[in-house]
Design a protein around this ligand. Structure first.
Ligand code: EPS
Length: 362
């Protein structure tokens, strides 16, 4: 079995490897009439791309999108939209040693066990390069959600290692290469990542995503719950080891009287639920959080085995991110937007004759 597509009505299929000639996606089910131009992909793709700051991988890709189908005279036609980005800065010699051994903590070993063959160049299909196409597809999703439902999906880096923001300001998030919400701490983060890179090690991170404007009703109990689909989509991002919705695992230590979000006709008193009740959006902001593991491709030697089953010491050369979480904010936003547009269309398909139902809490 293969699984490179997701979404039921807004379906995205991605293809391509990190060091192949190109990566791409096909989006099927995009509503017709949405205005879109190749330039509109640039902003989010640049936010995610490598080589845009000294704190990420130094591979330099233009990440220019070619629209191959599904758009006529600047508008989506309702037919499959194929997007292509050509790879131009592959440096496959960095992966010479890894072709015959497995990086500890990397998908090298499991891809080999599953398929019995792998493209070791740049991690092949397991590379974070693939997330480029998710971000590209989500440009359409974000635009449609904004135009049709005034939904805005925004993310930020909420933790690097043991550092958390001391203050929170959405305006600060886009003003630094970390998507960090506290401008005052940015120099400290720069020093932290510089020191980490020098030591040859890596660190984990947490990214939070908030979707404002989601109306009540999106999500399909029982097996297509909004939180279930968000968890699956977010967990599919490379290096993600945990997903929380709302208070997430903090709910374990809470009382019911504390966790419940009390309601009045002037609104909800809190949002511990993260905007989802019973798998259906409540009308409150949808809040998701992900934990990303430290990059496994590091310079610190680690014990492993080679193809012959012999013990080896692995050192990963190349142009790796000291913290994959730094570039993960636009990727997490993309996955949330793709799930939301899919559920918007699914809700419209089944329940377009229903709401809004009184009473509706603002
Ligand atoms: C990656 C390794 C690096 C990153 C890459 C993700 O690739 P390379 O070894 O070819 O330099 O640059 O990220 C991207 C190219 C991208 O666009 O995100 C990995 O092992 O996942």
């Amino acid at each position: 079995m293969s699984s490179n597509s997701f979404g039921k009505l807004f379906t995205v299929t991605t293809f391509g490897e990190s060091h192949g000639p190109a990566i791409g996606c096909v989006i099927d089910g995009c509503p017709p009439g949405l205005a879109i131009a190749p330039e509109e992909f640039r902003h989010d793709l640049a936010r995610r791309a490598t080589g845009r700051s000294r704190y990420t991988s130094q591979r330099h890709e233009a990440d220019e999108v070619e629209i191959l189908s599904g758009v006529y005279e600047g508008r989506t036609t309702g037919t499959p939209i194929a997007l292509l980005i050509r790879n131009t800065d592959q440096r496959s010699k960095d992966y010479g040693d890894i072709a015959s051994s497995f990086r500890p903590g990397h998908a090298d070993y499991t891809y080999w066990q599953k398929y019995g063959i792998r493209d070791p160049r740049g991690g092949g299909r397991s590379s974070a390069r693939e997330t480029t196409m998710r971000v590209a597809a989500a440009v359409l999703a974000k635009k449609w959600l904004a135009e049709h439902h005034a939904v805005r999906v925004r993310g930020y880096l909420a933790q690097i290692g043991d550092i958390t923001p001391d203050a929170f300001d959405w305006d600060a998030v886009e003003q630094n290469p970390f998507f960090w919400p506290d401008a005052v701490q940015v120099p400290a983060l720069e020093n932290h990542i510089n020191a980490l890179r020098k030591s040859g090690d890596s660190v984990g991170a947490r990214v939070n995503v908030v979707a404002d404007g989601v109306p009540p009703g999106w999500g399909e109990p029982i097996y297509g719950k909004l939180d279930g689909d968000l968890a699956s989509a977010l967990m599919s991002i490379n290096a993600v080891k945990g997903v929380e919705i709302g208070d997430g695992f903090a709910a374990v230590a809470q009382r019911g009287s504390e966790h419940r979000d009390e309601m009045g006709m002037d609104g909800f008193a809190s949002n511990h639920a993260g905007g989802i009740l019973g798998g259906i959006s409540s009308g409150q902001p949808v809040i998701a959080s992900i934990a990303l593991k430290p990059t496994s491709s590091i310079l610190i030697p680690g014990r492993s085995v080679n193809l012959a089953g012999e013990p080896v010491e692995v050192v990963t050369k190349g142009r790796h991110d000291p913290c994959v979480g730094i570039r993960a904010t636009p990727i997490a936003e993309a996955m949330v937007a793709l799930v939301l547009i899919d559920h918007a269309l699914r809700h419209r398909a089944q329940c377009c004759d229903v709401g809004p139902v009184a009473p509706r809490i603002p």
